[in-house]
Design a protein around this ligand. Structure first.
Ligand SMILES: C[S@@+](CC[C@H](N)C(=O)[O-])C[C@H]1O[C@@H](n2cnc3c(N)ncnc32)[C@H](O)[C@@H]1O
Ligand code: SF4
Length: 452
């Protein structure tokens, strides 16, 4: 396949920029809501007749460490922790339920279990955690429940229990099918394991299977990655998250277990994405936002078409709710007025809950300006275009983005900023224009991975 990569453009724009899963981005959160404020924001957000919410649960445990991983994890083989952790999440839920009665009245649209590895929990622990919560909430008529699973550590028994509890989506960590790449990232996952779990999930009636893949990993070549994508297409997951490898060794030192020279550099890395995109679109997948693909009749594709695509801490989603409630260590919650993150250290999360207080680590109360910018960045990230607030903002964009306009990566048309086809790889660079926090104060330390 012949793919043209504009090297000069990559060199010019491959800069450290945020992934914009929130605005303001986490390093710029400055005003943590008090407990009372946070609860009143949740109540306000769920006060209208149409309001709805979603829930995220973070299960941090993994049995082994993949050396590329940037997630909030605790590496352990000690399964005695399961019971204690399930009880802590249930305790946290008790606190919210008492403080915000709307959680039992308003429809829950989506439940997502992420990690770490949620299938670290045994079938019995999953049931103990989820059954009481799902029994007492009001589920939306289109309720969806999804879970991130590591195929190396997921049994048919676990999938069966989850199905019984109402789960209809499974997201599998695959990353790459090449044995050499798998060896370097400390994640040996034979193809058959992924294939068998996919077939089992389908047979059980799961409506959607997602694969997480990563481009830019150590020793990935165009040949090896083309094969990975070919194998993926053969198994035909409904969705694919094709993540750019985020190299953040200053946060995760384990990422340094491979050498710099093993990593594909900017243009080689972009080529991996472009090749994958060409293969996936030729196989009928629709490209969604920066890094997702879905079959055309999948909800994510439909929401792109209907302009209802949303983006939150979990990436692109077809659900937008008034509140996202995050439970578990380090989990992040969102309301229209604020963000809230739980304690990131287990002992502190546990200590707060043992005192019956919310385990707040940090957060951010949004100003009026933050709320406007948050919506503008969201529009750009999900629809590749956004309207300006006024003539002044338009002029300022023409000035700030003049190089990107000249390079035909973005265009200013009437009162809108549009990202062109050529500009799609640089979507995050265009968002920076709306990021007042970043523009006011450049980070002192390395904070963000590069845009490509
Ligand atoms: C919580 S894990 C998925 C579930 C399970 N732990 C597993 O690995 O199968 C979330 C996903 O984040 C992605 N991810 C983790 N670290 C990353 C990094 N440094 N750069 C890009 N993607 C990353 C991987 O694709 C991974 O599947
Ligand atoms: S990629 Fe998944 S299994 Fe591997 S360390 Fe990260 S969270 Fe755990």
């Amino acid at each position: 396949m012949n793919i043209h990569i504009d090297t000069a453009l990559l060199q010019k724009y491959d800069l450290p920029v945020p992934r914009y899963t929130s605005y303001p981005t986490v390093p710029y959160w400055s005003i943590t809501p008090s407990g009372e404020q946070w609860i009143s924001h949740l109540k306000d957000a769920l006060s209208t007749s149409e309001s709805s919410w979603s829930m995220y649960m973070h299960i941090p445990y993994c049995e082994t460490l993949c050396t590329f991983c940037g997630c909030n994890t605790i590496i352990t083989k000690n399964h005695d922790l399961e019971n204690m952790y399930v009880e802590l999440i249930l305790k946290e839920w008790e606190l919210y339920k008492k403080a915000v009665p709307q959680f039992k009245e308003k429809p829950l649209k989506q439940l997502h279990l992420g990690g770490g590895t949620p299938t670290f929990l045994s079938p019995a622990s999953l049931e103990k955690l989820l059954a009481p919560i799902l029994d007492e909430v009001v589920k939306d008529e289109n309720f969806e429940a999804s879970i991130e699973v590591d195929p190396r550590r997921t049994s048919v028994e676990q999938l069966k229990v989850l199905k019984k509890l109402g789960f209809n989506r499974v997201s599998m960590g695959v990353q790459d099918f090449s044995p050499e790449v798998q060896r370097l990232i400390n994640r040996i996952q034979p193809y058959d394991i992924t294939r068998d779990l996919t077939l089992a999930a389908r047979e059980m009636g799961y409506a959607s299977v997602n694969y997480d893949l990563i481009y830019g990993l150590a020793k990935q070549t165009t040949e090896s990655f083309t094969e990975t994508i070919q194998k993926t297409i053969e198994l035909r997951p409904d969705r694919i998250a094709l993540y750019s490898f985020a190299l953040v060794p200053w946060i995760k030192p384990a990422q340094r277990l491979f050498k710099d020279e093993d990593l594909p550099v900017a243009e080689e890395k972009r080529k991996l994405y472009e090749l994958a995109r060409a293969q996936l679109t030729a196989a009928g997948y629709v490209e969604i936002g920066m890094d997702h693909f879905a079959l055309p009749d999948e909800n994510l594709s439909l929401s792109l078409k209907n302009k209802t695509l949303h983006r939150n801490f979990m990436g692109y989603t077809d659900h937008r709710t008034d509140v996202l409630l995050g439970l578990g260590v380090s989990a992040i919650s969102e309301s229209p007025y604020s963000f809230h993150q739980n304690e990131k250290v287990s002992a502190m999360y546990e200590a707060a809950l043992n005192k019956n207080i919310l385990p707040t680590h940090r957060g951010h109360v949004l100003s009026e300006e933050d709320r406007i910018r948050r919506q503008q960045i969201l529009n750009l990230m999900t629809q590749y275009e956004v309207g300006f607030t006024d003539e002044d903002q338009k002029k300022s964009a023409e000035n700030y983005l003049s190089e990107m306009v000249k390079d035909q990566l973005v265009a200013v048309e009437s009162n809108k900023l549009k990202v062109t086809e050529k500009g799609k790889p640089f979507l995050r660079n265009a968002c920076v224009f709306f990021d007042e926090h970043l523009k006011r104060k450049q980070p002192a330390d390395k904070l963000f991975s590069k845009s490509i």
